[in-house]
Design a protein around this ligand. Sequence first.
Ligand code: SDX
Length: 466
Amino acid sequence: MATEQQTGDAATDGGPTTGSESLTVTDNRTGQSYELPITDGTVRGMDLRQIKVSEDDFGLMSYDPAFTNTAACRSAITDIDGERGILQHRGYPIEQLCERSSFLEVAYLLIFGELPTGPQLDRWVYDITHHTFVHEDIKQFFEGFRYDAHPMGMLLAGVGALSTFYPDAKQIGDPEERYMAAVRLIAKVPTLAAFSYRHNMGLPYVYPDNDLAFAENFLSMMFKKTEAKYNPDPRLARALDVLFILHADHEQNCSTSAVRGVGSSGVDPYSAVAAGVAALYGPLHGGANEAVLGMLRRIESVDNIPGFLERVKNREEKLMGFGHRVYKNYDPRARIIQQHMDEVFEATEYNSLVEIARELEKQALDDEYFTSRKLYPNVDFYSGIIYEALEIPPGMFTVIFAIPRTAGWVAQWMEMNDDLEKKISRPRQIYTGHRDRDYVPVVEREGPEKIVGPPARRPKRPRRGA
Ligand code: SDX
């Protein structure tokens, strides 16, 4: 991504600059030239509006569906170098954070910008540990879901519901309220996540255990049965904490953009984060980890991989867990996940899907169709295999993604609210519809007999003897 630092270097490294960071454009419709300033490797969209063919012309806009080449904000939280496969949080490489930090410490770093001192970390961990309970009414709320409701649907509703329990969070400019919302969201999302799993399993809810650290407590709320104390294998708890670090934040991805967009209306952070949960639910985003497991199961054997890849190349299938809008190299998170897989399999059943995944990756990366499109494994390609080893069902994989990403969403929501250029998000459009049509009464309307929508349901046959 273009950064102030890089642009500054470009200007001084003798690169082909004329000294003035600007773009000169000529409008061939009028022969008029314009000077557009370049800052941080970008031109401002609003600078295009001066380019007109007449006084009453609205002026030019940029057209960039899905914002593939549009910087929507300035951010100092996460930086990705897609070509070199580099990911840093507040300047710290993801590899070092995974090796030496913890998820709660990384959450602090994302939100407050610096690694915490000892006392700061102790206070942060204490606050989060002591806000993991949800209001008892949430349990009744969850009872309203079908037994087989998708956990992401329950989490989406649960996070939105939290906004009704903490109405003071609407004071989005109040530092105290912001801090408490950050603590409550990071602390309570795992509880809601575990409750959704227990609801699906028909098991009683397990309350948070304040003696346990963040990842251990989540595993306890998920899997504790009749034992007095749930004690997870430390290797599994550590692997889960590393997975939480890997999923904590990732620049302006789809769900973070949803949080920023919804948050720009001034809504409370719970409602803004609920929008992030909704976006993450999609199979092209956070739902990919669940889709990867299904794909590996459908492939079933390494012998079927060539045929599957042919179907992908014929666009009959997508290679889930591959490709990325930013990474045009190996996703560094996928590499780190692979390093932890062996530790997890030391403590659990070996998962034969690993063979298929590794062979699938090998054959895809030997195939010009994928390498020419710079399609490499992303964070979702191997994560599901670890979750399965932790006995987490596929329906919960995206929920597990949402738990740590809550810290990233909160950090981005705070940064957006502190941005001096903050305005309500409201893009423009290219209008392609009709204009200036007169209303026609229904009796005078002609038109195709085809009725839109599914065929009308036939009235039920009268019940026998009715
Ligand atoms: C996440 O943005 C983030 O940071 C997201 C994330 C995060 O941490 O927040 O990293 C998490 O969402 C990871 C991505 C998880 N999704 C998947 O694994 C689903 C499969 N991947 C694709 O759907 C796709 O790669 C995307 C959505 C991830 C990226 O899509 P883009 O950037 O819009 O790329 P594209 O669709 O323009 O693809 C470019 C070419 C196309 O070929 P052509 O039409 O030019 O011939 O690559 C092809 C695509 O058809 N392609 C794929 C493919 N992904 C892209 N072909 C087969 N399988 C794929 N997975």
